[in-house]
Ligand binder design. Structure first.
Ligand code: SF4
Ligand code: SF4
Ligand code: SF4
Length: 427
């Protein structure tokens, strides 16, 4: 085992290989607040990559309802239970020691790599704590859809309207794909060294020729994103739509402009933004005018999914406003309160950057904001229950592609068109 630095945990951790980083890192931000669970993303991936024989139960992208849904069933609850058992009562964060290198403080518990030797059921030493889901657990990708959690309603309480900051009865949609982790557990566990992380973009791939279908990656990935294909007897996973990232779509990127992936660019709810972050000396280069860097590092409004697992996952989420904070903190770490305060009442700069979500198919590398006139003042409710007035301006955000070319211009107030009365119902 080597010691590698994991910024999400604020400390070094054990990992089976030495630190090695790509030149650019594939990453994405999902705004959970906006997802409508239409599954367009899911079908966009399915119809592009996993429509063949043997891939029937393979959903590289899936959207599940929390708290009860999961694909495979109970994937996160099971692993959290294993970690708790391996390190009872110690899976906690020291949030007092925050700093530039440790924005969320220090995770004092054990990651899946550090708890690997604590699995009593393992016959041989493991590289990461994990389990192999059963066939049954893979069978129902959207089980418990929209099943809510919360306190039991008393007589007469039905019909009470939901109130922010938190709802008594709640559920939310969690959008998932491979996180193209900085310290991938799938790669760490593969005895064939068939899994690799690409230098040019950090995308994690399985070499189909080297894989022998031992399923060690399926067992080790805490997010359960590699999947076994019985017809070929090898494992497969999300490939980050790398031909699009490379700008190889002759129709949409004639000059090799990098495009966002299929699941991202098809998102109906406009919740997704994906991109590539420049990496230098093992860290993301400071780029406050890069939309992903801005949301993740500058504003810390987009948080990693289960950072305590230790893979330094590169999928980030703006948490939902209406869900009890303890549940969110277990899922997204100690940055939740700060993220919710900001999202509850975004300032004009943040509001502008949020307009970039799904505004273009091209990957945005840089943004600029041009100031506009004041539109309105609206009272918002903060997570504490306090009220705050939000000032809204009609600013314009401009997005630039890899080659510095302007590819999008979006105003805070969306342009609209009102039909004349005589054409109200015509097309
Ligand atoms: S397409 Fe977008 S809105 Fe629809 S389910 Fe997927 S992430 Fe949610
Ligand atoms: S999410 Fe899982 S499959 Fe994807 S890189 Fe991370 S460990 Fe590997
Ligand atoms: S990035 Fe591409 S391969 Fe991966 S889940 Fe999305 S659509 Fe599927």
């Amino acid at each position: 085992m080597s010691d590698v630095f994991n910024w999400q945990l604020g400390r070094e951790m054990s990992y089976p290989y030495d630190e090695s980083h790509p030149d650019w890192q594939f990453a994405f931000v999902f705004n959970i607040n906006r997802c409508i669970a239409c599954q367009t993303c899911t079908m966009a991936c399915k119809s592009t990559w996993t429509f063949s024989k043997g891939q029937e139960f393979m959903w590289w992208n899936n959207v599940e309802s929390k708290p009860y849904g999961g694909y495979p069933r109970n994937w996160d609850v099971k692993l959290l239970g294993m970690l708790e058992k391996a390190n009872p009562d110690e899976q906690i964060w020291d949030t007092f020691s925050k700093g530039p290198e440790k924005p969320f403080g220090v995770f004092e518990g054990k990651t899946i790599f550090e708890a690997a030797d604590k699995d009593p059921s393992a016959r041989a030493p493991k590289r990461a704590l994990g389990y192999l889901p059963t066939d049954e657990e893979w069978q129902n990708p959207n089980i418990h859809e929209e099943t809510a959690s919360g306190k039991t309603m008393k007589e007469g309480e039905w019909g009470r309207s939901a109130q922010l900051p938190e709802h008594d009865i709640w559920f939310f949609y969690l959008q998932r794909l491979c996180n193209h982790c900085s310290y991938p557990a799938c790669l760490a566990a593969c005895p064939r060294k068939a899994i690799y992380k690409r230098k040019e973009d950090g995308i994690v791939l399985i070499d189909q020729k080297r894989c022998r279908g031992y399923r060690k990656c399926v067992e080790a990935c805490p997010y359960k994103k590699p999947m076994y294909r019985p017809t070929t007897r090898v494992s497969e996973k999300c490939i980050g739509c790398y031909p699009r990232i490379e700008g190889k779509d002759p129709e949409l990127s004639p000059n090799r402009e990098p495009l966002e992936t299929r699941c991202m660019s098809s998102c109906v709810g406009k919740i997704r933004m994906q991109g590539l972050l420049p990496v230098k000396d093992g860290k993301w280069e400071a780029a406050p005018d890069h939309p992903l860097y801005y949301l993740i590092q500058e504003r810390k409004i987009a948080l990693p999914l289960y950072p305590q697992f230790g893979t330094q996952a590169n999928g980030y989420y703006i948490p939902p406003r209406w869900v009890p904070q303890p549940h969110l903190e277990q899922m997204f770490g100690p940055g939740v309160a700060n993220a919710l305060v900001q999202y509850s009442c975004p300032d004009r700069e943040l509001l502008s950057v949020l307009q970039l979500f799904r505004s273009t198919q091209q990957i945005i590398y840089k943004f600029k904001i041009e100031k506009g006139p004041k539109l309105a003042e609206i009272e918002r409710t903060l997570p504490s229950g306090q009220k705050k007035v939000q000032e809204i301006y009609n600013d314009t955000v401009i997005g630039y592609n890899k080659f510095g070319k302007e590819v999008v211009r979006a105003t805070t107030e969306q342009p609209s068109f009102e039909r004349t009365k005589e054409h109200l119902n015509s097309i």
